[in-house]
Design a binder for this molecule. Sequence first.
Ligand code: A3P
Length: 277
Amino acid sequence: EHPLQEPPPYMEYQGISFPASNVKKETLEAMKTFEIRDDDVVIVSHPKSGTNWMYEVVYKILSGKKEKSTPIGLELWPPEKQPNYIQLRETPSPRLMYTHLQHQMAPPGLTAPVNKVKAIVVLRNPKDVCVSFYYFSQKHKYLKNPESWEQHSKDFLDGKMPFSGDYFDHVLGWWQMRNDPHFLFVKYEDMKKDFRSSVKTVAAFLEKELTDEHLNLILNSCSLESMRKTLEESGKISVRKGMVGDWKNHFSAEESARFDQKYRERMAGTGLEFDFE
Ligand code: A3P
């Protein structure tokens, strides 16, 4: 926790706030002309939906190796480094990257109907995303430390999350791509329920044949426990509880009802549904 420190500066772009230390207007502007290649693989997600988990799976499907990936976020400009989009411009194919950008802010090449890129959208139910974001914001100094759980869950529902803005806008924006054959949608809850078949689905989408040995390597090295171990060793902290339904330990009945109402309003008729337990 960092309660006595100045809140970190945020930068507003197209109605969404970004932590100024990690995202700059210049990088977001650059997205308009960032060239997506036919052989790129892009993981798209609302923050805290299982991005790193999917990244690790995809990295290992593509590499066949046990070594850990170093996830690269398209729109990020890590302090004291060059912007990631510049590094990516110079990275030889095939490239793997992730983005938390909303659909309309992403490089046009990603969503153009003529594209050949492979995009994997990871989706997770909003209540668990909200809880995961709460702890994440407490741990990272470039994010504002939530005043309280009550305030955080209200801000989440009001669409005030850094990087992603409004959860429903974010998810439904990308959901528009659901009939595009270059897009695969994978739910966190389905990965939890049957990891083996999720990995097979992702591999098939990437047109990679997996031997049993390769599949087992992925299942073992991307399990919650192995990822916790490797990430802790490297000083990263994106692995927390890694379960479906932790929201029940945080939401009051009233907060839950408010979420349910907004969920019903925004998801009605979209064909998108989530498991909450
Ligand atoms: P919790 O905070 O609910 O535990 P992201 O990578 O998009 O930031 O998502 C982080 C969430 O994914 C965290 O959720 C984290 O624990 C979970 N996660 C990371 N690796 C996982 C794994 N191997 N299995 C299940 N969940 C995992």
